[in-house]
Design a protein around this ligand. Structure first.
Ligand code: NAD
Ligand code: MG
Length: 362
């Protein structure tokens, strides 16, 4: 078992990473002051619920917790205001009060939705993240919670830090291979922004990661969470530094939108985006290995490193223009300067990005 702390003064919280934590949830809840008087609401999706809900609920009940559960459809469409309202209805009917907690058992979708419900219910109750995807090593740490609006993703949200992250690696064994690779994209990202040694380690161990080797995966998720936690500790509300976590995301978000949030998974889109960012970095003076290593490591993780040719460059640039940070042909862009290092360019030319997007199809 590995343990980390997200340092945020009185809102600091632990991250536990290990095998079998689902069975020990009651122990950790108790240890961190989650009382047994008030009911807990477990939020999960249909797929994760089928696999793990009974196990979690029966363990908690055996220890004397009262639980109620809400099972939402699997997939991005569950991050909606109507699902949010449904969770509030369930919480009210079950009598959740200010001492209750909402537990997110699932991937980033469940974490974002349940977290937003916890942020809003009675102006904020406690919230526990129990991530079940690799990608959720990223989404479960840092306190950004949100639902989508039909016109914009993640636009209705809050900063609401969890009370704890309980990451049971055993649950990852049922993930489809494509979701494994997608999640590894964010692991690689955490290396690319902060640690050349870690990127070299992934380069050596990508096969083990894809095969979900427990030791390799435990280390990779620990390291990824550590990078995220350190950055969030320094800049919780993205005034500046936290923006480096958006490496690959300017292009990546546009690709997800143009693909209708279905053709490319989030990690796949940002993998292509990170290759684009690396190309820009090299154009601006970074050593060529920044591009070569980025591309090689992502490909080893089973991720796409080229843009499918049918993606329309104009549509991609249009999608980027909807980004909050886009002004008069200029945008904020995270640029690699070396493996393990990036800078925030607040004045990136859209023309340059456009040219790189075109080149990503080659
Ligand atoms: P997800 O939650 O949709 O999970 C992916 C799929 O895997 C789903 O179909 C789910 O049912 C299934 N699944 C989950 N765990 C499983 C398991 N253990 N076994 C078998 N199947 C399992 O997607 P995700 O990739 O985890 O998260 C993506 C979401 O995270 C997006 O909505 C994105 O906006 C959000 N996100 C948020 C942050 C943040 O800081 N809050 C950061 C990154 C991403
Ligand atoms: Mg991301």
């Amino acid at each position: 078992m590995r343990e980390l702390t997200v340092q945020l003064g009185e809102r600091s919280y632990p991250i536990y990473i290990g095998e079998g934590l689902l069975d020990q949830a009651a122990f950790y809840f108790d240890k961190h002051g989650i009382g047994k008087q008030s009911p807990l609401l477990i939020v999960t999706d249909e797929q994760v619920g089928r696999l793990y809900l009974d196990k979690l609920e029966s363990g908690l009940r055996a220890a004397g917790y009262r639980t109620v559960s809400a099972v939402v459809p699997a997939g991005e469409q569950a991050k909606s205001l109507s699902q949010f309202e449904e969770l509030i209805t369930i919480a009210l009917k079950a009598g959740l009060d200010r001492k209750s907690a909402i537990i997110a058992l699932g991937g980033g979708v469940v974490g974002d939705l349940a977290g937003y419900a916890a942020a809003a219910y009675m102006r904020g109750i406690r919230f526990i993240q129990m991530p079940t995807t690799i990608l959720a090593h990223d989404s479960s740490v840092g306190g950004k919670v949100a639902v989508n609006h039909p016109l914009a993703k993640n636009i209705i949200g809050a900063f609401h830090q969890p009370a704890m992250v309980l990451y049971d690696l055993a649950t990852l064994r049922t993930l489809p291979p494509r979701e494994v690779s997608s999640g590894l994209a964010e692991v690689v990202k955490h290396g690319l922004i902060r640690s050349a040694e870690f990127v070299a380690w992934i380069d050596e161990n990508a096969d083990k990661l894809r095969a979900l080797d427990p030791e390799a995966l435990g280390y990779a998720l620990y390291f990824g969470c550590r990078v995220k936690a350190e950055i969030v500790s320094q800049d919780e509300r993205e005034n500046d530094l936290r923006a480096i976590l958006n490496l690959g995301h300017t292009i990546g978000h546009a690709l997800e939108a143009v693909g209708g949030y279905g053709e490319l998974l989030h990690g796949e889109a940002i993998a292509i985006g990170m290759v684009g960012a690396a190309r820009i970095g090299v154009e601006l003076g970074a050593p060529r290995e920044v591009y070569e290593v980025t591309k090689r490591v992502l490909a080893k993780c089973g991720l796409p490193v080229r843009l499918p040719a049918h993606f329309d460059t104009d549509a991609i640039m249009d999608a980027m223009r909807h980004d909050k940070k886009f002004k008069e042909g200029r945008m904020v862009f995270i640029v690699p300067t070396a493996i393990g290092d990036v800078v925030i360019d607040k004045n990136m030319s859209a023309e340059r990005v456009r040219r790189i997007v075109e080149q990503l199809k080659e």
